[in-house]
Design a protein around this ligand. Structure first.
Ligand SMILES: C[S@@+](CC[C@H](N)C(=O)[O-])C[C@H]1O[C@@H](n2cnc3c(N)ncnc32)[C@H](O)[C@@H]1O
Length: 383
């Protein structure tokens, strides 16, 4: 495909997304109908779509409309590319721009320029004060790719050397000792021997730092209460050099976990109803995902105040449930990939007011300025 045809494909996929399709579904549907597209075409189109999803409001302002076509025009204006090299009308390209389109569009301002819904920007200001704009700005750009070196199978230097031999260049990252930032070759990572044999796992560096912050020691009985795909479960197992229990309200979310655990050489037991008491329970609760909107940018446009209220209710309930699963003196760990106070510090304050026998041992935010996603982690112990 020509570069112009790729932009035209992105415009049609963006129209599907605007009509309500999830981005992944719209991309897959397009790829199924477009057998002529090679893997490089699909990757380039995906990048265009996600770049625009991160900048959904500003590209519409700059392009003078909310169609896929207008957003593509807005994106080209945003990055300084020549629209007349893309709107050429040849073959599969978008038709040439009309005079009206050439005159349409305005520079975005305020929350529009920061690519946040107005009400979310207000929450950012309340939660992050002078860091609000920088955080919103960071969310407008692509995230780096990170791997976690699985210490059950390799050390950092050997994993880095093995990846380099397979053409993947990486660099250590100060936020976590197990993290390698992928500098070159990220798309080929899952085909490497190092990945297939469980030396490395894809995991954001702040997500790794959250697990680093937990007081884990060999021999502890631990539960990951909101295990999902098991990213943190596996990181915990590697720190513990021992077994971890994994639970999720929706067990289907854990369907890949047995294979992932086997590849990683980790012992993970899925439990429907956790029984007895644990030394440590992690609840990596469902949240707005506002700290990881670079990776899942649809989240910022789909979140509503009602959904956020619903999520904070679920978070409080999970904390209350988990409190009964921890032995006296044990640790309750709470984590989100949110930057909003109502899902983080306020949630811990609410828990302490309902359970005055608990106290905070540690509470930490990871900002996007540190290189990874935005995360929050707190550990609590019963006095
Ligand atoms: C943020 S995700 C977990 C991500 C995972 N820890 C990881 O690192 O890959 C939150 C998970 O919580 C689960 N969940 C939602 N409500 C829950 C509840 N009441 N109890 C336990 N898990 C719940 C969701 O199904 C989802 O898989």
């Amino acid at each position: 495909m020509t570069p112009a045809a790729r932009w035209a494909a992105a415009a049609s996929i963006l129209d599907q997304i605007a009509a309500g399709d999830p981005a992944e579904k719209a991309l897959t549907t397009w790829a199924r109908k477009s057998r002529f597209a090679g893997s490089k075409d699909r990757a380039a189109i995906r990048d265009h779509v996600y770049d625009i999803l991160r900048c959904w409001r500003s590209t519409a302002s700059l392009g003078g409309g909310d169609t896929g076509r207008a957003r593509v025009l807005g994106r080209l204006r945003q990055t300084g590319e020549d629209p007349d090299a893309v709107f050429i009308g040849d073959g599969y390209a978008l038709s040439p721009l009309s005079e009206k389109e050439r005159e349409a569009g305005h520079p975005p301002i305020g929350a529009e320029a920061l690519d946040l819904p107005d009400w979310v920007y207000e929450r950012f200001l309340r939660s992050l004060s002078d860091k609000a704009d920088a955080t919103a700005e960071a969310l407008r750009h692509r995230a780096s790719v990170f791997v976690r070196v699985n210490l059950l199978k390799a050390d950092v230097a050997s994993a880095q050397a093995a990846l380099l031999e397979e053409g993947i260049e990486t660099a250590p990252h100060p936020l976590s000792e197990t993290a390698l930032e992928v500098i070159e070759g990220a798309r080929r990572l899952s085909q490497t021997e190092a990945f297939r044999t469980g030396w490395v796992e894809l995991q954001d560096v702040a997500s790794q730092a959250v697990v680093d912050a937990l007081p884990l020691a060999e021999g502890m009985r631990c539960l990951d209460y909101c295990a999902g795909g098991g990213g943190k479960t596996l990181a915990m197992a590697a720190r513990l050099h021992g077994p971890v229990d994994a639970h999720d309200a929706d067990p289907r979310r854990m369907s890949d976990l047995p294979d992932r655990a086997e590849r990683a050489g980790a012992t993970v037991t899925r439990v429907d109803r956790p029984k007895g008491t644990y030394d440590l329970v992690l609840c990596d609760v469902p949240c707005s995902g506002s700290g990881s909107w670079r990776r899942s940018p649809e989240g910022k446009w789909r979140l509503t105040p009602e959904r956020l209220d619903e999520l904070t209710g679920i978070q409080a309930k999970i904390l209350d449930q988990v409190a009964g699963l921890i032995r006296p003196g044990g640790t309750l760990a709470y984590a989100t990939c949110s930057v909003l106070t109502c899902e983080n510090e306020a949630q811990i304050d609410g828990f302490l007011s309902r359970h005055p026998e608990w106290r905070v041992a540690m509470q930490q935010r990871f900002d996007l300025s540190q290189g990874g996603d935005g995360f929050f982690v707190a550990t609590l112990t019963k006095t």
